[in-house]
Design a protein around this ligand. Structure first.
Ligand SMILES: C[S@@+](CC[C@H](N)C(=O)[O-])C[C@H]1O[C@@H](n2cnc3c(N)ncnc32)[C@H](O)[C@@H]1O
Length: 318
């Protein structure tokens, strides 16, 4: 894409320095600022200390699953007619780079409100069809009806007003464009109460205290996983706990407290996953009906919908 073609996508002039443009690096909202600071802390640390790509492989396979692409070829075929793509809330940008590699004919923009956008731009400066912005996905400089594909994976619930962000991103879709979006699912009552507590309590914890807490959660997850105990739980509707056979770590994880542990991830990747849950102030959860209602309110078609314990995912179009 030439510089003129690039600028033509925007409603205001956007100044790139190499492959990055800073649109905005501060928010007027306290919770969004706290959320951005949390993610800056997480990503800068993870980039510096992470030594494997197990997490990235896991995350990419999850995308294939979550949005019904089934296989890498399925995603490639889906992308074959998409020319302008955004990875809204790209973190370290590995999914932006992945989309750019799978769709070499397209121009991909990875956008993040945290320092991750800068880290991502350095990481992927060798890929010619990917650019990064630091800014708010709730207020992007694209002209209306410019984007052929929006991936907003594990992000929208971290924005100041997720429903409004969803409407903003939808307005940027071309008439045949597709928008793939993920929101956190509401979980059992005890887990929701603990999560709500931490959305506020984290305001008073330093990053160092949050990393200590994350380390304790990883250790709890590890010890429970290593017990390798399964049991049959009764249905407890008053607590929103579904009956059935559970591994003890999964039972505590889904119903009481997030104590993530994946044996193949590095310690830093595991800690980051726990940090990422409890550190940001903005992290709303939704029922499937609440999420679908966002699309109905905007008269969007729901081309794909999937619900699982962690999240609801949707692909919508106009
Ligand atoms: C859980 S991470 C997901 C990152 C990436 N999509 C992935 O799947 O690996 C959420 C990301 O959303 C970003 N984020 C939160 N609110 C944002 C906003 N209003 N605008 C842009 N990015 C935002 C955070 O900085 C963070 O990098």
């Amino acid at each position: 894409m030439t510089t003129d073609q690039l600028q033509n996508l925007f409603s205001v002039p956007v100044k790139f320095n190499g492959n990055i443009a800073i649109i905005n690096n501060i928010s007027e909202h306290f919770n969004q600022t706290q959320t951005n600071n949390s993610f800056s802390e997480k990503w800068v640390k993870l980039d510096a200390e992470s030594s494997t790509n197990e997490m990235e492989v896991f995350q990419k396979n999850w995308v294939l699953d979550l949005y019904g692409f089934k296989s890498l070829d399925g995603l490639k075929a889906f992308l074959s007619d998409k020319k302008v793509i955004i990875d809204a809330g790209c973190g370290l940008g590995y999914k932006s780079a992945w989309l750019a590699e799978l769709a070499p004919h397209a121009t991909v923009f990875g956008i993040d409100f945290s320092e991750a956008a800068i880290v991502a731009a350095k990481r992927y400066e060798h890929i010619p069809n990917v650019f990064f912005f630091r800014g708010d996905i709730a207020n992007l400089p694209f002209k209306k009806e410019t984007l052929d594909f929006i991936l907003c994976d594990q992000v929208i619930h971290h924005t100041e007003d997720p429903k409004k962000t969803f409407a903003h991103l939808s307005s940027l879709l071309t008439p045949r464009g597709k928008f793939a979006c993920y929101v956190y699912a509401k979980k059992a009552l005890p887990r929701e109460l603990v999560d709500d507590h931490f959305r506020k309590a984290t305001h008073n914890l330093s990053h160092e205290q949050m990393w200590q807490f994350s380390d304790q959660l990883t250790e709890l997850g590890k010890r429970l996983t290593e017990l390798n105990v399964k049991f049959e739980c009764p249905d407890i509707p008053a607590l929103g706990i579904k009956g059935g056979e559970y591994d003890i770590q999964r039972f505590i994880y889904w119903n009481f407290i997030k104590c993530f542990y994946h044996p193949k991830w590095t310690k830093q990747e595991n800690d980051s996953c726990n940090f990422d849950w409890y550190s940001p102030s903005n992290a709303e959860r939704y029922s499937p009906e609440e999420f679908k209602q966002w699309a109905y309110n905007l008269n969007l078609n729901i081309d794909f919908f999937r619900s699982e314990e962690a999240a609801h995912t949707v692909i919508v179009s106009k």
